[in-house]
Design a protein around this ligand. Structure first.
Ligand code: SF4
Length: 352
């Protein structure tokens, strides 16, 4: 759950109350906490490409990519995506397969479709000008409270607090709330809103997210390096919610190949347009191996809470099937491939 709460900078005492605990920070504490976080952020922030500019479109793209995806996985996708679609107009005029092809590997493809849809709305209905407030940004398809607050505060300096899972964890620990108490979005959102720096909300919010991502870690927070240690009620002594159990799923796929060198082709099938996951994307056909056959290799691929263990068979020759197509290997990078397909095709040398 996320929440956006307007800054209450004039408030003299900030109360963060919970069912079983009440935390109070005086105005001086709040001022010092803001200064400590901003100073720490200046020194420790990672050098990430979307931090180089205040362009709302670039910040928007980065925030959408970063949802449920690690920074390391986003970096190359972000570079290629912005090279292909440097402006909101460029994204708006692209076709959906072009957008999905560049999103391939990031997963959660609904994000890409909604981003594309929203870019069209900005280009066609707002003459290419991004909305400037969190409230207006939320009117765009797929833009939730978190993304709206991030873009509005970082690009336009609106004093609204960003609350994602990392920020929620930091605030819960600082306030001394249990995981159950912190689950109330309004409580966490109100606390975040009172802390956000009205002068530098963008840097403050990025500092909060950075603190959660690099110091106040879920399982072993690095409290000795934390700028908020003097105010923190838990300092690492915090109950951690149990991990969600991962499911395992075993399956098999086949890489059908024909031709050689630049003329080599691979057989792909397209997922149904109304599939609940990865609709319309291209993937390797599934395979029913005979008892005597052994896979060339096995790959592991995690999607949400499922660990897929996939046996991969490589076969040559002519094969036909409904909704499938021979695709030249030279054109694979322009196809909207599922992450698993990309992983396997790289492994067999069909893609760089
Ligand atoms: S002192 Fe430790 S637990 Fe508290 S906010 Fe900092 S890193 Fe998190």
């Amino acid at each position: 759950m996320t929440a956006v709460v307007k800054s209450a900078a004039k408030r003299q005492v900030v109360a963060a109350s919970a069912a079983s605990s009440t935390v109070q920070f005086g105005a001086d504490d709040v001022r010092e906490m803001r200064a400590a976080l901003l100073k720490w952020y200046e020194t420790h922030k990672r050098d990430l490409p979307w931090r180089a500019a205040r362009d709302p479109y670039r910040i928007w793209v980065s925030e959408v990519m970063l949802q449920q995806t690690r920074v390391a996985a986003v970096l190359e996708h972000y570079r290629l995506f912005l090279a292909a679609f440097p402006t909101v107009q460029a994204l708006a005029t692209a076709s959906e397969p072009e957008v999905l092809a560049l999103w391939s590997g990031l997963g959660y493809y609904r994000r890409a479709r909604m981003l594309h849809h929203a870019a069209k709305m900005v280009a066609e209905e707002l003459a290419g000008a991004m909305p400037r407030t969190a409230e207006e940004l939320r009117a765009l398809p797929g833009v939730g409270a978190y993304t709206a607050a991030a873009v509005a505060s970082i690009a336009f300096g609106e004093p609204v607090a960003v609350v994602d899972g990392n920020v929620e964890r930091v605030l819960a620990r600082v306030a001394g709330w249990s995981a159950a108490e912190a689950r109330f979005a309004t409580r966490v959102g109100r606390f975040a809103g009172t802390l956000v720096d009205p002068e530098r909300p963008g840097d403050f919010n990025q500092g909060m997210m950075e603190l959660g991502a690099t110091v106040c870690l879920p399982r072993a927070p690095l409290c000795l390096g934390c700028p908020w240690q003097p105010w923190c009620r838990t300092r690492g002594e915090h109950a951690v919610p149990a991990r969600r159990a991962q499911q395992r799923q075993h399956s098999a796929r086949v890489v059908w190949l024909r031709g050689t060198g630049m003329r080599q082709q691979v057989r792909l099938v397209q997922r149904a347009a109304d599939a609940s996951l990865m609709a319309g994307m291209w993937e390797l056909p599934s395979y029913e191996a005979k008892a005597a056959e052994s896979p060339e290799f096995t790959v592991r691929h995690a999607i949400t809470v499922t660990n897929h263990i996939v046996d991969v068979y490589v076969r040559n020759g002519a094969v036909r099937g409904p909704e499938s197509e021979w695709v030249p290997v030279s054109e694979l990078s322009q196809r909207a491939l599922t992450g698993l397909t990309r992983k396997v095709l790289r492994r067999v040398g069909c893609m760089p």
